[in-house]
Design a protein around this ligand. Sequence first.
Ligand code: NI
Length: 170
Amino acid sequence: MAVLDIVIFPDPRLRQVSRPVEEIDDRIRELVADMQETMYVNEGAGLAAIQVGAPVRVFIADPVLAGGGREDPTLVYINPKIVRQEGEQDGDEGCLSFPGVFVPVGRPAKVTISATGLDGEVFEQEADGILARAFCHETEHLDGELLIDKVGRLKAQSIKRKLKRAATKG
Ligand code: NI
């Protein structure tokens, strides 16, 4: 396993639309293992493959979001699709590709996701609260949609300035 570099906004790779996974092979299993290590080292709650530069439809989430413990297996979603959603929730959202940025984002209160697991089986999972939020956020990454698209123009400009400053500081 390896800790990978996180792709930071405004890197254009984050705008790519990721492609579906055709086969769950050793490359995908290794990618997921590396993403897991990368997410925990960076204290993230979720991570999409494109955030480590791999444009494939895979994301992972911390089992703590589903009421589990860190020792539980990482939640893995391959070719995910949100199939139902209802209600609304408010809350602040962050993203490992936007270090230090937390912005309020409205999301559905409850969502159902359909995805393939590492075992190749298709499953559905219902979630509310922070896990529902993560499902929405990470699924959007796979279509090149980002946190900054959820805020107004002025807030977006200030986020861009902040991250550019951070990048030039090295
Ligand atoms: Ni993110």
